[in-house]
Design a protein. Structure first.
Length: 709
């Protein structure tokens, strides 16, 4: 606080001078010239005191100005990392941790914390000398490290050779840096989990189609099997190595069943449980009410509910149906299936977690819903009707969907025409922050956007039908914006997760003066007439197979609209009039079997004098505008994107495998990977961690990075 204020300086003057100054001012409400001079002095004193205070603060990394951070780092030999943005790396935090890390150099706790801080991924460090089968010194017997495997320890057998392996191995001579060698005295393993675990909250169970018993359900609101993931519990002690409960890994039937049985046997309180079931954990069931009541652990059973097949390969039921007694609830975390002991044990709600490579499409992750230009706002929740609320905002406004429930409705999104020179109408339909409503349509959804109107869909998941913007008689433009939305590829899913209608378009644009923008969306194929404009940013366009059509004008593969693609992954063939720009994108397509194939190229652009394709994967044989730093090329003639999965709903959906060529995994203009995961900067995270490991490993130790997901 400034100690030399204008009032204090003025009060230090002799009274005679203050009286004369007041006389010169004339009016008591007016500041005299001497008082005004002292006020100017006070401002300079305040600036000087603030500067002195800041000089003191600049001595400490926690309080110093941003420009001082690298200078303090130089004093302790800090080496900056490759820039990833403030959300992934903080030089201030790293400089602050440098000395503490160096004091604990080479310890597993420090390496684990370092890996998490540098990459932002959950990490677990393993000292492999602890897992060697060795002859033990009789004065230092390690009972926790037997040389032979206990075949009765089911949990240890299931975790064999993974991040939490506890079974002793003989030594191997390969180096861990290659990703091959593990069990040896100087080897350290850093396990990293790249997949995210995202939640879906308080959803009703989805009945299995054709089930007459009323007992069989799925957690996935799309009615398909879904692998559940753990909601990782935070570590509260810095001296604690990560355990399975602290990482977002897929849930296992056997391991979760043992943990739940242990909880039931010991009646542990909620604060001491690590069985992944319960309120605030990976999975919990509720009975509907206000508020909903969690189903206690004593009533749940972890079951293997896989399909039972007859001799002809037909599904005749689920395993262990008879073993789930009335009054209990059986569930399979590997398939997302639920079996009630009796139909009367329902209805139920469930909160669970699923795995994904990035926050994209409809989801409960944090985001800011789009605002409309006009303040007319309506809300809908508790599976209420949309159409009546949509009719109230046709001239501009916003409809907010307030929960993550399923809405079985086929509404018409309508925006009125603009009369004269009036301001264009803007209608927004958005999910509330951290919700993911599912609009389960029974057919095509009409987009009736009036002249010069704009419609924005934000945070929605849509299944059962395509969005269609029909042609209009006028030549006025229309604008459609989809942001953080999912238009389910294949319209909807079968029980096994496969698309019901692979290759069927999810978005149909028939108006030639339409401008369509998609940001962070997952969608099936797009059909857009030649004169429209389509812009895709951070999107997945999935035709369900690279032989299907992902972008064209119609089912016959006619010339599609002008296209701009940035940081996208497109699965399927493309036929466009003009490819204005394709940047940092994977355009994964191939021709179908001949002679049925009519296409002449997997990626066909009609106007090739304009546009540019840069830092992209372009399938061989494509006909495109000029290319710049694209693959395959002379340096990588056989480069091909290899995906963990191309099925929507799988945890590793469109994630590149580690065996993919480095020209694709680090081929973007920012040295990140090509495709929709470009913004994750995964190659930079890995490179930064290797750089830090060189600095913090003790002499003679070798570290390897192992990606658990």
């Amino acid at each position: 606080m400034n100690s030399l204020t204008a009032e204090r300086l003025y009060g230090l003057l002799p009274a005679l001078h203050r009286l004369r100054d007041a006389a010169l001012a004339g009016d008591p409400a007016t500041t005299g010239p001497l008082q005004a001079l002292l006020a100017a002095f006070a401002r300079e004193f305040a600036a000087l005191e603030e500067s002195v205070d800041q000089l003191y603060d600049d001595q400490f990394i926690e309080t110093c100005a941003e420009w001082v951070t690298p200078y303090i780092g130089d004093l302790i030999g800090y080496r900056p990392l490759r820039g990833l943005g403030g959300e992934l790396t903080s030089p201030r935090a790293e400089v602050a941790d440098t000395i503490a890390f160096r004091r604990r150099k080479g310890t597993a706790l420090m390496l684990e914390e370092l890996a998490h801080d540098v990459t932002g991924w959950p990490a677990h460090a393993v000292e492999y000398f602890e897992q060697l089968a060795t002859t033990q010194y009789m004065k230092h017997i390690r009972l926790h490290a037997p040389a032979t495997c206990n075949l009765r320890d089911t949990a240890a057998l299931f975790r064999r050779d993974g991040a939490f392996n506890s079974i002793a191995h003989t030594a191997e001579m390969r180096r861990p840096e290659t990703g091959a060698g593990r069990y040896n005295i100087p080897n350290i393993g850093i396990f990293l989990w790249r997949l995210l675990s995202l939640s879906l909250t308080a959803l009703p169970l989805t009945p299995v189609a054709g089930d007459a018993s009323g007992r069989k359900f799925r957690l996935n609101p799309l009615g398909a099997d879904m692998r559940l993931f753990r909601f990782a519990q935070s570590e509260t002690d810095i001296s604690h190595l990560a355990e399975p409960i602290n990482v977002p890994e897929p849930l296992s039937v056997r391991l979760m069943a043992m943990a739940v049985r242990a909880t039931q046997a010991t009646a542990q309180p909620d604060t001491q449980r690590d069985d992944d079931y319960g309120d605030g954990e990976s999975l919990v069931f509720f009975t509907p009410g206000t508020p909903p009541v969690p189903v206690p652990t004593a009533k749940v059973r972890v079951c293997d509910l896989r399909d039972i097949l007859d001799g002809g390969g037909n599904v005749i039921g689920w395993a262990h149906e008879a073993q789930v007694a009335a009054g209990t609830i059986g569930f399979d975390p590997e398939r997302g299936r639920v079996l009630l002991g009796a139909a009367a044990d329902g209805p139920l709600l469930a909160t669970f977690h699923y795995g994904t490579a990035r926050q994209i499409g409809g989801g409960e992750y944090p985001r800011i819903p789009a605002n409309s230009d006009i303040g007319n706002e309506q809300t809908v929740n508790a599976s209420g009707a949309w159409q009546s609320k949509l009719d109230l905002i046709r001239t501009g406004g916003r409809l907010i969907v307030g929960d993550s429930l399923t809405y079985a409705e086929t509404p018409t999104f309508e925006v009125d025409d603009v009369l004269g020179n009036a301001t264009p109408h803007h209608v927004v339909v958005a999910a509330h922050d951290q919700t993911r409503p599912l609009l389960a349509a029974s057919g095509e959804i009409t987009l009736d956007i009036g002249a010069r109107g704009r419609l924005t869909l934000d945070g929605l998941a849509i299944s059962g039908g395509a969005l269609r913007l029909a042609a209009f008689a006028d030549v006025e433009p229309r604008e459609l914006v989809l942001r953080d939305c999912t238009l389910v590829p294949g319209l909807t899913l079968n029980g096994d997760g496969s698309p019901v209608s692979p290759g069927t378009p999810s978005l149909i644009i028939e108006h030639p003066f339409a401008k369509v923008t998609l940001e962070r969306c997952i969608t099936g194929p797009i059909h857009a007439v030649t004169d429209a404009e389509i812009t895709l940013t951070d999107c997945i366009i999935d035709a369900s197979a690279p032989e299907n059509v992902a972008f064209a004008a119609d089912d016959a593969g006619g010339t599609g609209a002008e296209l701009t693609v940035a940081q996208c992954t497109v699965i399927g063939k493309i036929h466009t009039k003009l490819l204005k720009l394709a940047s940092n994108s994977i355009l994964f397509a191939k021709l179908g079997p001949k002679p049925a194939e009519k296409w002449i190229a997997p990626l066909l652009v009609q106007r090739r004098q304009e546009g540019c394709v840069r830092f992209c994967y372009v399938p061989p044989g494509s006909i495109t505008p000029r290319k710049f730093h694209c693959v395959p090329n002379d340096a990588a003639p056989s480069a091909l994107p290899l995906f963990t999965s191309l099925r929507y709903g799988d945890p590793g959906y469109v994630q590149l495998r580690r065996t993919t060529s480095l020209s694709i995994r680090a081929g973007g203009d920012n040295d990140s990977e090509i495709g929709v995961l470009n913004a994750l900067f995964q190659p930079q995270r890995e490179a930064n961690l290797r750089l830090r490991l060189e600095e913090y490993l003790r002499f003679g130790l070798h570290a390897g990075l192992f990606f658990a997901s």
